[in-house]
Design a binder for this molecule. Structure first.
Ligand code: SAM
Ligand code: DTB
Ligand code: SF4
Length: 340
């Protein structure tokens, strides 16, 4: 039984139309299943054909000149117990990142206010935790409620969630939870050993059950194969409801982390990954995430043409650099892009 459902929130978020196949009566069941081979075949297309297909899908679903902007804040930096091979915040790696306490509420609110004044529509709070303990969660709930009250969309990335925690976040006013699958299941063990792929899927399940929007994607350029890039996208695209927001990060190499020194990914391959994400997840916001600082603006422009329609904005990601707001404003003006 099919029905066209026009959700005013979707319209507000910039969706132009809702394809009939994507919305079912009473539940949003994802009818599109993508095999890894089908996605790998997208990567193999001549570049112009791939971009044309991605841009066509993009235009069917979104305003092609609108880009959603989120600002990130690291509310708890460093000292993390996990062993994610890319991450400068893991305590076990010798990087320049220090273990800092949880930020004070007033400082978080000042940063959120600045992000809002700079035009961000969403404020994302990140913590270098394996997952929040209850005594950690309580002050974060307060931050979420107050940021929401400022009229910003709220996002948090706090690690793995236990039973009941997602409901508390929802109750506080959380709109999005970011928790990345990071890579394909078969490459995952080469990057992280302190939590499993299934742990990540379980957290995403809890977020979905609590009716919080999912932000989940991964990192490209960690030495994975093209097939494994396709494998990550298959995991995301084949979810019962694909994530509303899909961050595609280019590995930011940080001295002291195991993945520092990995062979650099060809930028065109990064654009291809964005295009494949757009085609396989037509209704998701695809975020051009970490890595923009080292990316030529021509490559960023190609990413927007390939269907990226969200970025992190502001000169810092969590601990590493992001382009200055003024640089991004110039790029948007040059490309005729307007923020959502
Ligand atoms: N500690 C929480 C967790 O890992 O679930 C939340 C914060 S963690 C830093 C959020 C995400 O940032 C990671 O899942 C990873 O995808 C991304 N990330 C971390 N370091 C990165 C790097 N050096 N380059 C690109 N992405 C990175
Ligand atoms: C995501 O996918 N990328 C952001 C956000 N979610 C939390 C984090 C990127 C972190 C890059 C390394 C750093 O700044 O520490
Ligand atoms: Fe910790 Fe998150 Fe970094 Fe992994 S990615 S080491 S969980 S802060």
């Amino acid at each position: 039984m099919l029905e066209v459902v026009i959700d005013t929130q979707d319209l507000k978020n910039g969706l132009k139309s809702i394809p009939i196949k994507a919305k079912h009566l009473n539940e949003n069941v994802n009818l599109d299943r993508w095999s890894v081979a089908e996605i790998a075949a997208l990567f193999e297309l001549p570049f112009s054909d791939l971009i044309h297909r991605a841009q066509t899908v993009h235009r069917e679903n979104f305003d092609p000149n609108a880009v959603q902007i989120s600002t990130l804040l690291s509310i708890k930096t460093g000292g993390c117990s996990e062993d994610c091979g890319y991450c400068p915040q893991a305590a076990r790696y010798h990087t320049e990142v220090e273990d800092e306490p949880l930020m004070k509420l007033e400082d978080v609110l000042a940063a959120a206010n600045e992000a809002k004044n700079n035009g961000a529509s969403r404020f994302c709070m990140g913590a270098a935790w394996r997952g929040p303990k209850q005594r950690d969660l309580d002050p974060v709930l307060k931050m979420i409620a107050e940021v929401k009250a400022m009229g910003l969309e709220t996002c948090a990335t706090l690690g793995m969630l236990k039973e009941g925690q997602a409901e508390q976040l929802k109750e506080a006013g959380l709109d999005y939870y970011n928790h990345n699958l990071d890579t394909a299941p078969e490459f995952y063990g080469d990057v992280i050993t302190t939590r499993t792929y299934q742990d990540r899927l379980d957290t995403l399940g809890r977020v979905r059950s609590a009716d919080i929007y999912i932000c989940s994607g991964g990192i490209i350029g960690m030495g994975e194969s093209r097939n494994q890039r396709a494998g990550l996208l298959a995991q995301l695209a084949n979810m019962e409801r694909p994530p509303e927001s899909v961050p595609i990060n280019l590995l930011t190499q940080v001295e002291g982390t195991p993945l520092n020194g990995t062979e650099e990914l060809d930028p065109i391959e990064f654009v291809r990954t964005i295009a494949a994400a757009r085609i396989t997840m037509p209704q998701s916001f695809v975020r051009l995430s970490a890595g923009r600082q080292s990316m030529h603006e021509g490559i960023q422009a190609l990413c927007f043409v390939a269907g990226a329609n969200s970025i992190f904005y502001g000169e810092k990601l969590l601990t590493t650099a992001n382009p200055e707001a003024a640089t991004d404003k110039k790029l948007f003006a040059k490309l005729g892009i307007h923020p959502l």
